[in-house]
Design a protein around this ligand. Structure first.
Ligand SMILES: [Zn+2]
Length: 465
């Protein structure tokens, strides 16, 4: 039955192509929306165990479109799954494959907190609403329909293209690690393009400000700092006290200034943003871009939450846990310290720096989880040219800016595994309207339709005749 329907759809597309170019994008738009709706309406947050369902639904679409079964793989891992689809090229370029990344899972959303049902695709004049509309089912739907469309159009790339969708990017990234560290056929890719990062910024009145390529991510690392004490009865206080000692450690971390860091990429970023922004803050950016040793400019940027992370490592105390009874001396006190580490600086270096700042040999540091250090992916001219072509087809002459994200996406594991990765989503929206992970997540309807050709332009430019 499905095959029959597909044959019909193919006929319609072919007829459309004969009748005139306009009806073909119509079909592509219709199908992209259908995929988008289907996957948005499956709750794939981490406890549901639903990513395998989405992976199989998408896999069926590729199989129906004629992708050979051995090139469409749903790979289970724990209660999640990855989807890996290979689009065979003719090999004429003699080059390694290109990876296309996205993730099928979403952050939890509770209907009682939302104004609209989080797992039903609804819309008004301006936006589509639902959990995952932007993060990252937008990218998954657009990449999937692009692969289907290119195949139907008979496009043969000059090398293999590989879709790699993870199933738990928002939680443990076990599917990401599996792909990046256990599948050599993926890691041999020449580079990866990630649909889960990057994109264009629009002003409140809809003007395009810049297109941003994510080329690096800071390392995410969290420590628990604990001070212990024998404790005792609170009527018999003693001079050493776990809470007082921890408080001193917390104040030391607050006062600590991590050294200013920069790369060619961050300086170029501040130059472009500074020129656009103007004013006193824009001026500080330009001064920093021309001379990162300008301490006054660096200090000005430090005070700006949106920009401090691009100038240095940051660490902040996010949680406290201390004492066990109102009338007892505390036996332990723990502070949670979350850091975003500048690329190129090791987790061990930051731990040593924090220990030196705290200067209390009795304070125990415990690193949580396994932080992933990832290098910067320096922009390549051919990739930038291909992405620029897609962006400029919509917004001629728009500034292309590369940036470092405060973390973290699947990209960090692929970068860590040696695959340069750039975040180049087709989305254009006002950053103030960005509700990824938050309530009432949305995507402008216009942005959805305007992005329909984004990936096919990039793919044809990089791998076409
Ligand atoms: Zn995401």
């Amino acid at each position: 039955m499905k095959t029959l329907l597909l044959a019909l759809a193919l006929c319609t597309a072919a007829a459309g192509a004969a009748a005139g170019a306009e009806t073909v994008p119509g079909e592509h738009a219709r199908r992209t929306l259908e995929i988008y709706r289907h996957i948005v309406e499956v709750d794939t947050s981490k406890t549901t165990g639903n990513t395998p369902r989405v992976a199989r639904y998408l896999a069926d679409l590729f199989l129906e479109a004629g992708f050979p079964a051995e090139d469409v793989r749903v790979v289970p891992k724990d209660s999640f799954a990855s989807l890996i689809v290979t689009y065979r090229g003719d090999g004429s370029a003699g080059k390694k494959p290109i990876l296309f990344l996205g993730h099928m899972d979403v952050v939890e959303a509770y209907a009682k907190d939302w104004e609209r049902p989080p797992f039903e695709l609804t819309r008004d004049e301006t936006n589509f609403y639902a959990r995952g509309t932007i993060d990252n089912k937008f990218g998954v739907a657009q990449l999937t329909s692009t692969f289907l469309r290119l195949r139907e159009e008979g496009f043969v790339p000059d090398r293999d293209l590989i879709l790699a969708f993870s199933g738990d990017e928002e939680s443990g990234m076990v599917t990401t690690r599996m792909m990046a560290y256990e599948m050599p056929e993926l890691v041999e890719a020449e580079f990866a393009l990630n649909s889960d990062a990057g994109g264009g910024d629009l002003s409140a009145d809809g003007r395009a400000i810049s297109y941003n390529v994510q080329a690096a991510e800071k390392t995410y690392a969290t420590w628990e700092v604990t001070v212990r004490n024998p404790g005792g009865h609170s009527s018999r206080p003693r001079d050493d006290n776990a809470i007082y000692e921890l408080a001193s450690a917390v104040k030391a971390i607050e006062a600590h200034r991590f050294p200013v860091r920069w790369t060619e990429m961050t300086l170029a970023y501040f130059q472009k943003v500074g020129e656009k922004l103007g004013g006193e803050l824009g001026d500080a950016m330009l001064r920093f871009a021309y001379d990162p040793g300008d301490a006054e400019a660096a200090e000005r940027l430090r005070r700006e939450p949106s920009y401090v992370g691009t100038t240095r490592t940051t660490c902040v105390v996010t949680m406290l846990d201390a004492g066990h009874a109102e009338n007892a001396l505390p036996q332990s006190a723990t502070a949670t310290v979350n850091c975003r580490i500048f690329p190129g600086i090791s987790v061990a270096e930051i731990e040593a720096e924090l220990k030196a700042a705290v200067a209390n040999p009795d304070a125990e540091f415990r690193l949580l989880g396994e932080p992933t250090e990832s290098p910067i992916s320096e922009m390549r001219a051919d990739v930038l040219a291909a992405v620029s072509k897609a962006v400029h087809s919509r917004y001629p002459g728009l500034d292309m800016v590369t940036y470092m994200e405060s973390g973290g996406t699947d990209g960090m594991h692929f970068r860590n595994a040696g695959v340069p990765t750039w975040g180049v989503s087709g989305i254009f929206m006002n950053p103030d309207e960005m509700y990824a992970h938050g309530l009432n997540e949305r995507v402008p309807v216009k942005a959805f339709y305007d992005a329909l050709d984004h990936w096919s332009i990039i793919i044809r430019e990089l791998t076409g005749p």
